[in-house]
Design a protein around this ligand. Structure first.
Ligand code: AMP
Ligand code: ZN
Ligand code: ZN
Length: 404
């Protein structure tokens, strides 16, 4: 608590020092751009020449790493970042899961295309906080941004299209952030998927991932060039994050569920690396005991026994039994498993696994330069962004971070 007060004081001092020659109204008008490079493991920064990441870190703050939320999948994490909520409090429990009460399955690709159906998304994302409090949000992709949540969408948003070229995402965003442009956005997002997709295809230790990291670095260089050219340097706080890291899989490291339980007695909500298992009526004890007795290379929990920091108990979409594979194990079945189909890299493991640790850095008028802060949870991003934008945050599970 004391730390938060100190942080606010420091922040106010920094903001007023930077804005001393502006009117009071303008001085509170800082913008925030939140950028995600999907699947950017924290270690990647040390493995490759990344001059633009280095320059940004030197001019701003960096966390030793950022701790994702559980499970370390793309949709749960991106949505926790923008709501400050544990997964149990927003309901996006994985990338793909059923909801019997909606008689539907959440999935991010066609044919379901559920991301634009508001019934899936709980909580209040930051763009809703922004719009509700009279400011303007613009998203060039973010999980949840395509849905009208509580009747509100960002003023500018785009249906996800992975084919939109990365540099042109930045060009469009510069137009939306431009004070002389048609929306003059206060809050904006950018999203890039290449580091994640190369990580899945070739594994985190591949030259292909190194290439994608260096491309991400060039993109970041271009972004800062555009920020300078558009005169946004003094107004815009840029926050770079990712949703999780990546682990290298092995076809030797597979846990076969059907060696331990009869799959006819359960509904599988999700498979790997976190198996989410709903036992048939009356079968819970038997299934749990069978998994508990064989507990090797994984841990199994009844959902109510998961420690609080998993934030993965109190939602009706979360099934009774949660089985978490140790990195880098895959959970599968004898019938389904085919080594040829196993990706080289995967994420989704325990949020505290070092391989799942991800990145946070920020630079702009509200941040000191050259500071490194201890690792913190992705849940804290929402409070930070609301604070930078001068907004009253909705109820959330995060806290304001001290950058000094
Ligand atoms: P994952 O399956 O966890 O590796 O998720 C990464 C993939 O999610 C990306 O490669 C995209 O195809 C997809 N994705 C990311 N953001 C969105 C979005 N807003 N809407 C639909 N799909 C998305
Ligand atoms: Zn991801
Ligand atoms: Zn991924």
């Amino acid at each position: 608590m004391k730390k938060s007060i100190l942080f606010i004081t420091v922040l106010i001092l920094i903001i007023s020092a930077c804005d001393s020659d502006r009117s009071p109204e303008e001085s509170t008008h800082q913008k925030v751009l939140l950028v995600s490079f999907d699947g950017f493991m924290n270690d990647y920064l040390d493995r490759n020449p990344t001059p633009n990441f280095d320059r940004m870190i030197a001019s701003g703050v960096k966390a030793e790493h950022m701790i994702p939320v559980f499970p370390t999948k793309t949709f749960p994490n991106h949505y926790s970042q923008v709501t400050g909520l544990y997964v149990e409090n927003h309901g996006i429990i994985s990338n793909s899961f059923p909801d019997d009460s909606l008689n539907a399955r959440f999935s991010y690709g066609p044919p379901e295309d559920s991301p634009n159906d508001e019934r899936w998304w709980g909580g209040e994302p930051i763009w809703t906080t922004v719009e509700k409090q009279g400011k303007t949000a613009a998203t060039m992709f973010w999980p949840g941004s395509e849905a009208s949540i509580n009747g509100i969408r960002p003023t500018k948003w785009k249906a996800y299209d992975g084919a939109v070229e990365n540099y042109s995402r930045i060009d469009s965003m510069m137009n939306w952030l431009d004070p002389a442009g048609d929306v003059n956005a206060d809050f904006a997002t950018l999203y890039f998927s290449d580091v994640d997709s190369q990580g899945h295809s070739y594994g985190p230790n591949s030259p292909e991932v190194d290439g994608a990291v260096m491309q991400a670095d060039s993109l970041l260089g271009y972004l800062w060039e555009q920020i300078e050219d558009n005169g946004l340097r003094e107004k815009l706080n840029v926050i770079i994050v990712s949703d999780h890291g990546m682990a290298e899989l092995s076809e030797e490291k597979v846990i076969f569920l059907d060696d331990m339980i009869d799959l006819d007695n359960v509904e599988m909500i999700d498979w790997s690396p976190v198996a989410m298992i709903e036992p048939d009526e009356g079968m819970e004890d038997e299934i749990y005991q069978a998994l508990k007795q064989n507990e090797e290379n994984y841990r199994v929990f009844l959902k109510e026994d998961l420690p609080d920091e998993y934030g993965f108990t109190d939602h009706y979409r979360i099934p009774e039994i949660i089985m978490i594979a140790d990195v880098p194990y895959t959970i599968s079945s004898r019938d389904y498993f085919d080594p040829g189909r196993l990706p080289a890299g995967m994420h989704g493991y325990d949020h505290q696994a070092p391989e799942m640790a991800t990145i946070f850095m920020a630079s702009g008028p509200a941040f000191p330069s050259g500071e490194t802060v201890p690792a913190f949870s992705a849940l804290n991003l929402y409070e930070l962004m609301a604070h930078l934008l001068g907004l009253e945050p909705a109820k959330n599970d995060g806290e304001l971070i001290d950058f000094r």
